[in-house]
Design a protein around this ligand. Structure first.
Ligand code: GUN
Ligand code: ZN
Length: 434
């Protein structure tokens, strides 16, 4: 058994419904078999467990591992394509790169790069948009298993309106998805998600084939995009004249439920918000992507008012990196700019969105905070001595202010250690000097 001694910040109780930041200046977290078995003031935990090994982390701040509910594996090399709206960005930046993953060797290299980016940023759990190629998705799962990350991912499916190499048929998509789900779903920390790219690139038959896979393999997840950009929404309305709205293109196939996570929803109707809430589905809010592509301002207030679950996604590569510190800060900025219509977010909201809210969206009740009984998925924020974040953390008058400083200044370079289920992921983590 190990007792980690540190300053610990987490949000087991939702700040959107009255919870507050839980801050302990000198906490002890006892971990056995990857699970937190005791927690409290360090001295009392240490007294209760005199035989435990002590790991002193008082030079840092311990947070729960970050949860990214929407990130694209084949797009790491597409990050930074600025200045275009969604459909142009897809044509010019994302899709040409995604075609390259037809080469399994290239795909494996990209999978390693992707997982390095993810874990180095402190992300311990992710819902990952896979590739259109079966072998590339297989490579992602096998690399993720080696690394030890908690990952839900799937074969991306499309059968029109994309470059030809990315297209498949409903029958082939079912067969390849079935093979991947049979191999990987429920294996260790891995799960499978049925992943049509978006209704713009999928016919009703392709959506029906995804629904068939979900029916045939119990417990699969469903993820896709919706209501991201006005031109996309108009095109989907034309392609699906029988659907009441964008969400209905998925809902009529039985794809909207508690294991559904849809990215964006920047332009929802009230009917869609009501349906999402009733179904218990979640939205992955992706603020750096929405800003970079000028997709629109996320109506967080309306989501909260309707009772829709919201978590955060980096949406790499339209989003501008793997850091959920940056993503959460951008969510804060966007709500500020909405002024009266925005939700004034505190640092506790940001931490909750980046951790526990993601865990709940993904149905992972045993991650997202550092309570007794949870998995020890954690990150140590320890900036290099003398760097602005280090200086600021030493001066912070309150725990809430220290957390705001972490979200304002923190980068992957400030994350010195990562644990997933009590173990270090098998990827070198960049450690700050000093
Ligand atoms: N909609 C369909 N595909 C994509 C994608 O790769 N990125 C984003 N942001 N939106 C999409
Ligand atoms: Zn996306």
């Amino acid at each position: 058994m190990i007792i980690y001694r540190s300053r610990v910040l987490d949000t087991p109780d939702d700040p959107f419904t009255g919870g507050v930041l839980r801050a302990e200046e000198d906490a002890g977290i006892a971990v056995e078999g990857g699970v937190i078995v005791d927690r409290g003031a360090f001295r009392s935990v240490a007294d209760r467990r005199p035989a435990a090994e002590i790991v002193d982390l008082r030079d840092g701040v311990l947070l729960p591992g970050m949860v990214d509910t929407h990130v694209h594996y084949p797009q790491i090399r597409a990050i930074g394509g600025l200045g275009m709206p969604l459909l142009d960005w897809l044509d010019q930046c994302a899709l040409p790169e995604e075609c390259r993953l037809e080469d399994p060797g290239y795909a494996r290299t990209v999978a390693r790069e992707f997982l390095t980016g993810l874990v180095s940023a402190g992300t311990t759990t992710a819902l990952v948009f896979g590739s259109h190629f079966h072998d590339a998705v297989d490579a992602l799962f096998s690399e993720a298993e080696q690394v030890g990350v908690r990952m839900t991912a799937g074969l991306v499916t499309s059968d029109h309106n994309l470059p030809e190499p990315l297209l498949s048929t409903p029958e082939r998509s079912y067969k390849e998805g079935r093979d991947l789900a049979d191999r990987w779903h429920g294996r260790g920390r891995l799960r499978y998600a049925v992943t049509p790219r978006f209704s713009y690139s999928t016919t009703p038959d392709m959506l029906a084939s995804g629904a068939a896979l979900m029916n045939d393999v119990p417990g699969l997840w469903f993820t896709s995009h919706m209501n991201e950009n006005p031109a996309e929404i108009a095109a989907v309305a034309e392609l699906f004249p029988e659907s009441a709205h964008y969400l209905d293109t998925y809902h009529r196939h039985g794809l909207v439920h508690e294991r559904t996570v849809l990215a964006h929803n920047a332009h929802p109707t009230d009917a869609e918000l009501t349906l999402l809430a009733d179904a218990g589905a979640s939205i992955a809010h992706c603020p750096t992507s929405n800003s970079a592509l000028a997709s629109g301002s996320f109506p967080l207030r309306r989501h909260l008012d309707h009772g829709v679950r919201v978590a955060l996604g980096t949406d790499v590569g339209a989003g501008s990196g793997f850091s959920l510190f940056k993503e959460a800060l951008q969510a804060y900025f966007m709500q500020q700019l909405l002024q009266g219509d925005g939700v004034p977010l505190t640092a506790a909201h940001l931490l909750h969105l980046a951790t526990r809210a993601g865990a709940l969206a993904l149905g992972l009740d045993d991650v997202g905070d550092l309570s007794v009984g949870k998995q020890f998925d954690a990150v140590l924020v320890r900036p290099a001595a003398g760097q602005p974040l280090d200086v600021c953390l030493r001066q912070a008058p309150t725990a809430e202010n220290a957390l705001a400083k972490i979200f304002s200044l923190g980068t992957a370079g400030d994350i010195s250690r990562v644990w997933i289920g009590g173990e270090a992921p098998l990827i070198p983590i960049a450690t700050p000097a000093g």
